[in-house]
Design a protein around this ligand. Structure first.
Ligand code: KG4
Ligand code: ZN
Length: 337
């Protein structure tokens, strides 16, 4: 194996064009261009996302290499997100990575976005942070997924629980939309919740088998509360905003942590990690840590920059795959699902 291992990671699965360079697993650059074009539409518009990725991908990769002080010829491999995600968005990253790897004569590594979220825990950036020990249980919570994963090694993961309908991030975003908040609503719900009382509005807690979850009933109940409130008082949302946000947020957190608790106890694995955009949520982070303290479990939550979509996690996954010899052919195609 070449030493050091230098991996470029490219992410384009949704509404973030991101690139990062990792040298032996240590971040040298982590560039993210977010797409503001979606805000006015209340959600990601796939066509606009593809177009924005096309505009951003060359400057973002260029900046990542420059900041890292690395030339294309120094790379050990080019890693990119193969899926899941929006097909048009994935195509931009895939085509770029294929061409770039071919032009440089470098190995190409196709990365699963969800595995990369889990492997974000292994990114090193000079801060003294312990990495999780195997096996561990991971809660991945993003705009498209809510998963409970049994992680046996960097390349051996098993999904043991998933949402049956909406993802946790979607539940946040759809709830925010009902309140008239712009997309993505998750961070705004987090913010407004800080001054609200989560016990104000009662929302249903679904009883789903095993480690699976459901958020659609919560969404419907929340919609109904807001609709009924507005019928009685047109200022209902303005006056109740913090309490509405806190109640919704707490209900989503309860659903997630109940399943994490069950997984930890059932599998007898006292190590829990959390990843994905929703793991940026302050109350969720606090309550997962509290759960860990109560149960005597170790808990790992990556720094904010590695929670939401980023290139470093793709490079990290690419690093492990490259070391295991798992490279992709130059005609590799993206997978939306
Ligand atoms: O992982 P991610 O960046 O992209 C996907 O792969 O989906 O996750 C984005 C999701 C969005 O639904 C967003 O609202 C949510 O993460 N999110 C949050 C917070 N920050 C981002 N949800 C709740 N609280 C936050 N602080
Ligand atoms: Zn993601």
């Amino acid at each position: 194996m070449p030493s050091p291992v230098i991996v470029l990671g490219i992410e384009s699965s949704c509404d973030e064009t991101a690139a990062s360079v990792l040298v032996d697993g240590v971040v040298r650059s982590n560039v993210v261009a977010s797409q503001d074009v979606h805000r006015q539409w209340g959600g990601v518009v796939p066509e606009l996302a593809s177009r924005a990725h096309q505009e951003h991908i060359v400057p973002v990769v260029d900046q990542a290499l420059n900041e890292a002080g690395v030339a294309g010829k120094d790379l050990s491999a080019v890693a990119f997100t193969q899926g899941p995600g929006l097909i048009g968005a994935l195509l931009v990253g895939t085509c770029f990575a294929r061409s770039y790897a071919q032009a440089l004569g470098k190995p190409l590594v196709a990365v699963d976005h969800m595995q990369a979220h889990v492997l974000a825990h292994f990114i090193q950036d000079g801060e003294d942070r312990a990495v999780p020990t195997f096996p561990f249980i991971n809660l991945t919570v993003s705009g498209g997924h809510s998963l409970i994963v049994l992680v046996r090694s960097p390349l051996d993961m098993e999904v043991i629980g998933t949402t049956l309908d909406d993802a946790a991030g979607e539940a946040f975003d759809k709830g925010a939309k009902v309140l008239g908040l712009p997309y993505p609503g998750g961070p705004l719900i987090d913010l407004h919740s800080r001054t609200g009382d989560p016990r104000t509005y009662k929302l249903p807690s679904p009883n789903i088998e095993g480690f699976n979850m459901s958020f659609s009933g919560v969404k419907t109940a929340f919609n109904n509360i807001v609709r009924r409130g507005l019928l009685q008082d047109p200022d209902f949302v303005v006056q109740e905003l913090p309490h509405l946000c806190a109640s919704l947020q707490q209900c989503i957190i309860d659903i997630l942590l109940r399943k994490v608790h069950k997984a930890g106890r059932t599998l007898g694995i006292p190590r829990i990690t959390m990843s994905g955009g929703v793991s940026a949520n302050a109350a969720l982070r606090d309550q997962l840590k509290q759960l860990g303290e109560r149960e005597g479990w170790q808990v790992w939550i990556p720094p904010f920059a590695y929670c939401t979509d980023n290139g470093a996690m793709i490079a990290m996954a690419g690093h492990f795959q490259f070391l295991a010899g798992r490279t992709a052919p130059l005609d590799v195609v993206p997978h939306a699902r």
